[in-house]
Design a protein around this ligand. Structure first.
Ligand code: G4P
Length: 525
């Protein structure tokens, strides 16, 4: 690979922001984009979330519900880095989409609301990052409000998430007494409400204020110094290695709403966040700076722009350089595909992309060629990247078309939405009935809405009382084992799956059939 392209790869930082809804993900994203010059107006990202911003209103349902249903990608240049932020839906019903997005990043930023601490959705998303062993950076937000004591928040990180932490900076007060942060990394104080142009006060070698400098509330500052001493003596040691392997999270305090601490966070984050990392494939580890181009599809999104009725496959580039018009192999089918239509994502627009390198995310216009998890590469070996994790649905419906004359549209709609990963499809072995599996109820509602709006089909959905799902670890099974309490179905890869009415039915089944090995894909990682 040419040295100039290698430099390009090394400048990439690709991450996702994870948090519980309302912790401040949209606000922080917006502030990061402002610093990066990718947007001019505060309110652009926020307006998209609330549905006021027309061009990025990718789906009607986002507007109607005021929630972000789909992940989007934003890119900006900052201080010699090219930063790719992958946005993720905050609503827990779309966590499947978020989980897949997390496979396409090299690190994650976790936002914690200082008043709420570690919340449920954060725990789930954190676990996925943990499974992948990616570095996690923590931003404790809303310091301008009264929150939990900072030491308690660190204790929660350890107790609830089981991750050790290293505070890169430390708040001086909070809420109406919030004065700023004591920055351990840059060895300076950053003042919250500073009337002058320079909010920074340098500290001396001992981490104390230089003679002649004083803070307005010296008592509060004394308390901060005591806490800093406690952290230095009893806290974790800083370790770049442990940050890189995801066992130590650097912690930053700030207030996204007032943009306080955001630039300091970004400056520090970029120093320690990993550049694009090697990825496992059927041909071993693929190096991001190798000459062959390769990547995988982690998301497919139809009708992002209702005016164009297009369908876009999101590709994470894992090696080499992308050039518009290049021809690649699709490893799953062996087909050759010409990549002439591609797009890059910005916060408020979509541009055509001509060149991109490992770490970047590009959108490929898709006419039905791609499936989630597909590898494309210029390498004749046609290796495949590790399969994306499969998520165990938590609820099921039986689905049919209201009007039997619409069968063709019905099948086309289901097939495309399933390929997109919007929902999981199962067929019963005897009757070939269609069952849909989802992680959250809203996924069904989006499915119904899209079937009507995009494929012109009204669907009937009837809830199935399945509580427990297990895949069968065997190619063959006696289909007569299927009954109303343990329904045998096949997933879209033709693998057998049992849908059990409840835990009791599962136990009864395993007692009766000890030779049949069942597993839950979510337990395997
Ligand atoms: P999300 O994407 O994680 O769901 O959160 P979002 O950024 O939308 O923020 C949720 C709420 O928290 C918003 O208030 C936002 O203004 C507020 N917020 C974000 N960061 C901070 C912060 O640092 N300090 C304070 N005090 N508030 C913060 P909202 O009332 O729901 O929305 P809006 O009326 O401000 O639009």
């Amino acid at each position: 690979m040419k040295a100039s392209v290698k430099d390009e790869v090394q400048s990439r930082r690709t991450f996702a922001i994870i948090s519980h809804p309302d912790a401040g993900k949209t606000t922080l994203t917006e502030k990061l984009l402002l610093f990066g010059g990718a947007i001019r107006d505060a309110g652009t990202v926020k307006a998209r979330k609330t549905g006021k911003y027309a061009t990025s209103d990718w789906m009607e349902i986002e507007k109607q519900r005021g929630i972000s249903v789909t992940s989007s990608v934003m890119q900006f240049d900052y201080e010699g880095f090219r930063v790719n932020i992958l946005d993720t839906p905050g609503h827990q019903d779309f966590s499947e989409d978020t989980y897949r997005t997390l496979t396409a990043v090299d690190s994650a930023v976790m936002i914690v609301d200082s008043a709420k601490g570690i919340e449920e959705q954060t725990i789930k998303l954190f676990k996925v990052c943990r499974m992948r062993g990616i570095p996690i950076f923590t931003f404790i937000n809303k310091m301008d409000r009264q929150g939990k004591p900072p030491l308690d928040l660190l204790a929660e990180l350890e107790e609830v998430l089981g991750i050790e932490s290293y505070p890169m900076n430390w708040p001086i007060g909070m809420g109406k007494d919030f004065m700023g942060i004591y920055d351990r990394y840059f060895n300076r104080i950053e003042l919250f409400k500073d009337e002058t142009d320079n909010p920074f006060i340098p500290l001396n070698e001992d981490g104390e204020l230089e003679a002649g400098h004083e803070l307005a509330d010296s008592q509060l500052f004394e308390q901060t110094l005591e806490e800093i001493m406690l952290l230095s003596e009893a806290g974790n040691e800083f370790s770049e290695e442990r940050i890189a392997n995801g066992t130590l999270t650097p912690v930053f305090f700030g207030s996204a709403l007032t943009a306080f601490g955001v630039q300091t966070f970004l400056d520090t984050y970029l120093q320690f966040a990993p550049q694009p990392q090697p990825r496992n494939s059927t041909s071993g580890e693929i190096n991001p700076v190798s000459d062959d181009f390769s990547g995988f599809i982690f998301k497919i999104q139809a009708n992002m722009n209702p005016k164009h009725r297009d369908r876009i496959a999101f590709l994470r580039i894992c090696s080499g350089q992308f050039e518009r018009g290049m021809t690649v192999f699709q490893s799953r089918t062996g087909k050759q595909i010409n990549l002439s239509q591609s797009t890059q994502f910005l916060a408020d627009d979509r541009n055509t992309v001509n060149e991109a390198v490992s770490g970047d995310i590009i959108g490929l216009y898709d006419t039905g060629n791609y499936q989630i998890g597909d590898t494309i590469t210029t390498n004749k070996d046609m290796f495949q990247f590790e399969r994306l994790p499969q998520f165990t649905p938590e609820m099921f419906v039986r689905v049919t078309a209201k009007n039997v004359m619409k069968q063709k549209h019905f099948h086309k709609g289901i097939q495309q939405l399933v390929q997109e990963g919007a929902i999981q499809l199962f067929k019963t072995v005897r009757m070939e009935e269609y069952l849909l599996g989802a992680v959250g109820q809203l996924q069904f509602e989006v499915f119904e809405h899209r079937m009507k709006n995009e494929y012109n089909v009204d669907v009937l959905m009837e809830r199935v009382g399945t509580k427990v799902v297990r895949w069968v670890d065997d190619e063959k099974i006696d289909e007569n084992l299927s009954n109303s309490r343990s329904v045998l179905v096949k997933d879209r890869f033709d693998k057998y799956v049992f849908l059990f009415e409840n835990e009791f039915a599962l136990r009864w089944f395993t007692d009766k059939n000890p030779d049949i090995k069942l597993y839950n894909p979510m337990d395997m990682k």
